[in-house]
Each structure stands twice: as structure tokens, then as C-alpha cells.
Ligand binder design. Sequence first.
Ligand code: DGL
Length: 276
Amino acid sequence: MVNNKPIGIFDSGYGGLTVFRSIFRQLPQYDYIYLGDTARAPYGNRTFQTIHQYTWECVQWLFKQGCPLVILACNTASAKALRTIQQKDLLNEDPAKRVLGVIRPTAEVIGNYTKSGEIGVLGTRGTVQSGSYLIEIGHFFPDVKVYQQACPLWVPLIENGEYDQPGADYFVKKYLDQVLAQSPEIDTLLLACTHYPLLQKKIAEYLPAGITVVPQGDIVATSLVDYLKRHPEMDSMLSRNGTQKFFTTSDDTEDFDHYAEIFFSAPVTSGYAELR
Ligand code: DGL
């Protein structure tokens, strides 16, 4: 681990692996450490204070492993904790360290997907309540109308391996019906939770034709490529041995490996991350 300066990737659980998968495809040469706080997931229904506290503990753990750059591959953490981390917590850390989220890079491009000018944003309760997407998309695409829908049962279904089971259909249809009932003009649905790509097959089954579903992985990965080009001081600091390490806060690492493989689309062997 000496002289190793990996990119840290964080999510409350497995969802961030859908983003990591895309990042790794575009930037395979770097070293990575993924941390899933599966012992305390899901974050989606938790308070601002708790989400901030948990996220900051995980970011600090990744810093301790040598990561100078951490990506919050979690919308809930990006919505509820990123600003405080960037504007307060990081001031007491090494000033060269950086933490980036997934909301801004997504908001920067999502308006390009819609022809009707109306987008539905599907996320956790925390993400929706924060209003972050309304604000950020409004900033980059002021003419685009944004409708939000919280899908509080989707992450628990996914984390418990029910995403491809018949029982999931009811809740997939329920939240899709609710978002589409907000306007008949919605032609783009953003999966604003890194877990949701696992439901994409079922989502497609219940959507009327002509609606584009947009997951975030490739968007975030492309944005990271661009970030590293614009920040050579960070890029030159990062080590490049093509390694990937996975950690979970659950003591059952085998269970993590089983689900992580599904999200990452490749075998995963994880270690236990003891936060304190
Ligand atoms: N994957 C996280 C996100 O993108 C949410 C998971 C959770 O509720 O913990 O919002």
C-alpha cells in the first residue's frame, strides 16, 4: 500500500459498483478502492445528520487507505453530505484531497437527452427531498421541466436480491405510474440512484414506448475522465497499477462478494473495513 494513491469510490452499499464498473471501463489504468457501507445501508430514508456522519466516516477511512480523491457514487450521500464535506470537513484535512459527487455531472448533461423538455427523476427519499436535482438541472437547463419521484422501496428490494423476482414488479410499476402521472410529456427518466440500474429490465417492461431511461454510470465516468484532464495536479498524484480492492463494513464479506459480483458484472473478493 506504500506509495499507492488509489481513487476511492464510496456508496452506502452495492449501488456504487454500477458507477465503478463504468469508471473502470474508461480508466482501467488507475488503482481503486471501493467501500460499501453495507452494514448501515440503506441511507435513503435516514436524516441529513446521519447521512453526513456516515458518509464522512467512510470518506475518512478511504483517505486513510491513501486515496487523495474520493467519488461519492451515491446520490443520497451526494445530495445530503457532499456540500458539508467540501465546504467544512475538508478544510481540516490535507487541502490537496478532493471529494466529488454524482449529481452535478449528471445534471450537466441530462437535459441533452430530452426532446419534449420534460424529465422524470427517480431517486431515494433523501435525494428527492433535498431538491438537489431540481436546483442543479435548473442551473444547466433552465427550460427543462423536472418532475421527481421517490422510490423508497427499490433500494431495499435490490439490496435483498429481489430485483429480478416477481414481487418487485408491483413496486416498479407503482413508482413508474406515479412519476408518469405527473406529466404526459415526460420522455426521459433519470435513474438518480446508483442501485436502480439493477431494475432496468423490469422498468423497461412497464414503460410506454418512447421513454428513454438514463442510468448514471457512463455519465459519471466520462465526467471523471474530463476532471482528471482539467486537474493534472490530481491526476499526476494518482497511482496506476490497474488494481481494484473492495471493502465492506459488514463482517459477512462473502455475502457482500455474492451481491457485488452482480452489480460489478465481474467476480469480487472483499475485505472487512473497520471504521473505528
Ligand atoms: N445508491 C444510493 C444512491 O445513489 C442509495 C442507496 C441508499 O438508500 O442507501 O442514492
